[in-house]
Design a protein around this ligand. Structure first.
Ligand SMILES: Nc1ncnc2c1ncn2[C@@H]1O[C@H](COP(=O)(O)OP(=O)(O)OP(=O)(O)O)[C@@H](O)[C@H]1O
Length: 312
């Protein structure tokens, strides 16, 4: 894929980056530019290479070939200055369960020599809406709150770039929204954020740009809206197999229909972003009797299928 060129200066730039283990390419000639002050989602199924991509920015993985530039410095770098600009939250929160949120942050700030630590801890707890629970043991906090404590810890040294592997993995819906909202606030304060995710709704809700990885290859890098528009919206129609065949025939030549997937229990009709579902439903009802239908956005698997159709 052609590299996306942005008018703004970049926080991170991957140029033809390949990470190979044995014969296997975990990342395969990835070209990607991440703008400063944006939230970029790295989206892909399990094993796509998301964690490897994030780890390579902090030099836990080293490319076999290609170049990674972070805030203008080419990796590998030998000074600690660059590392101090980056905060990282990986899937394991690695908090001390028996310590309070405040004590966890206090311990971390002593390790990283955070200046004016107490004040900064109060600030980050406030930022993540954790002040009221600051003196409770971490093991008594919900999964979502523990995740927020981990994010607070990564922010202690006020990093310009925050990298989070699966920010809302295993947290409930309410906590997901709270985390997204905190990340948006951080972005508006100028922090560049990179998150990996398996969830399309997370990418839609949170990200300015989505880099889609599959088997180590960057399939595309675009806005979440553009990504979803590729797969369009979908009408799931419940009907008999015979009715499904009749509907598929009736819709075969209709403009604005991307594709039709037929199954014995009905069919899924994928519509172009501009197509009005009600117009299509009128044609459906004229051509056969159905048991029911629902309109929905495309899911991640369908977005991948749409991308595969373009690249094949
Ligand atoms: N050290 C290693 N040795 C061999 N294979 C590895 C190693 N590290 C990663 N892999 C493989 O590389 C692929 C990409 O791994 P990675 O963890 O980057 O994917 P991911 O997209 O983050 O997956 P997940 O969503 O499951 O976290 C996987 O198939 C993984 O098994």
């Amino acid at each position: 894929m052609e590299e996306q060129v942005y008018p703004f200066s970049s926080a991170v730039r991957f140029e033809s980056v390949t990470c190979q283990i044995g014969k296997r390419k975990i990342l395969d000639r990835v070209n990607l530019t991440i703008k400063r002050g944006t939230i970029t989602g790295v989206l892909g199924p399990n094993g796509a290479g998301k964690t490897t991509l994030l780890s390579s920015i902090i030099e836990l993985r080293h490319p076999t070939s290609g170049t990674i530039t972070v805030f203008g410095e080419k990796l590998p770098v030998r000074n600690k200055k660059l590392r101090q600009k980056i905060g990282v939250v990986f899937q394991e929160t690695a908090l001390y369960d028996e310590l309070t949120a405040f004590e966890n942050l206090s311990f971390a700030s002593s390790l990283y020599n955070v200046p004016d630590a107490k004040q900064r801890i109060i600030e980050v707890l406030e930022l993540l809406s954790l002040s009221e629970r600051a003196h409770e043991r971490v093991r008594n906090l919900s999964g979502g709150m523990q995740r927020r404590v981990a994010i607070a810890r990564a922010l202690l040294h006020a990093p310009a770039l925050l990298i989070i592997d699966e920010p809302t993995l295993g947290v409930d819906v309410e906590a997901r929204h709270a985390i997204w909202s905190h990340l948006r606030v951080l972005k508006s304060a100028g922090t560049t954020i990179i998150v990996s995710t398996n969830y399309l709704d997370e990418a839609l809700a949170l990200c300015d740009t989505v880099a889609v990885l599959r088997a180590g290859q960057l399939l595309t890098c675009e806005t979440p809206g553009a990504l979803v528009a590729r797969a369009g919206s979908c009408l799931d129609i419940e009907c008999s197999e015979a009715a499904g065949t009749a509907i598929a025939q009736a819709l075969a030549t209709v403009d604005g229909i991307l594709r039709i997937n037929q199954a014995p229990t009905g069919l899924s009709v994928f519509l172009h972003g501009n197509t009005v579902p009600d117009d299509v439903m009128r044609l459906v009802l004229q051509s056969a009797t159905i048991n029911g239908f629902r309109a929905r956005g495309a899911d991640l698997a369908e977005v991948f299928r749409a991308l595969e159709e373009v690249s094949s």
